[in-house]
Design a protein around this ligand. Structure first.
Ligand SMILES: [Zn+2]
Length: 185
């Protein structure tokens, strides 16, 4: 009995001594009374500038949903999904044939660089091999099955930043480029 009572006393003292605890409870009650009107959520058609892709946020005291807090490209994707528009074209690549150099499998890309996962032909013949394409080097070949893929750039016409390799790595054009320069002497 003595132990029980003393534990309860300690808990009461701790609560009384903690201004943080008291303040957070009181603040929540005040905010709930004065919830301001939340800005309207813009639809996909109403998105004109980058600032339109900032969500209104959640009402104070509530947990935000994705549509309330998502920002930027994530928001664009969600707004698209709500209207049945596949903003990022997430359809699988053409798997009806193996791509060749004459007739590669086309991969649309809105960016300077694009990754594509090949599983061979017929599909799932081999494990996923990730291939990289860039605007400078749009054609690539799967090192497992030989399937050829080509990136089709569909991004902004005047992209103000040209793709460049951050490490200054020079893109090899042929096998000869893999030979160290000193070996040519
Ligand atoms: Zn492959």
């Amino acid at each position: 009995m003595f132990l029980q009572r003393s534990a309860a006393t300690v808990a009461r003292r701790a609560a009384a001594a903690s201004p943080l605890l008291r303040r957070s409870i009181a603040t929540t009650a005040v905010r709930r009374d004065g919830v301001p009107d939340q800005p309207k959520i813009k639809t996909l058609k109403e998105i004109k500038v980058e600032a339109d892709l900032i969500g209104p946020g959640a009402a104070p005291g509530t947990v935000p949903t994705d549509i309330e807090q998502a920002t930027g490209l994530e928001r664009l994707e969600i707004l698209g999904k709500m209207e049945g528009v596949d903003v990022f074209d997430m359809r699988p690549l053409d798997a009806s044939r193996r791509g060749t150099l004459e007739d590669p499998i086309m991969v649309r890309s809105a960016g300077d660089k694009q990754f594509a996962g090949c599983t061979g032909f017929p599909a799932d013949s081999h494990n996923v091999k990730w291939l990289t394409m860039t605007r400078e080097r749009p054609v690539t070949r799967c090192f497992e099955c030989g399937g050829v893929y080509k990136m089709e750039y569909v991004g902004p016409e005047h992209s103000d930043h040209h793709y460049h390799n951050p490490h200054g790595f020079k893109e090899p054009k042929s096998l000869a480029d893999y030979v160290k320069p000193e070996y040519w002497k």
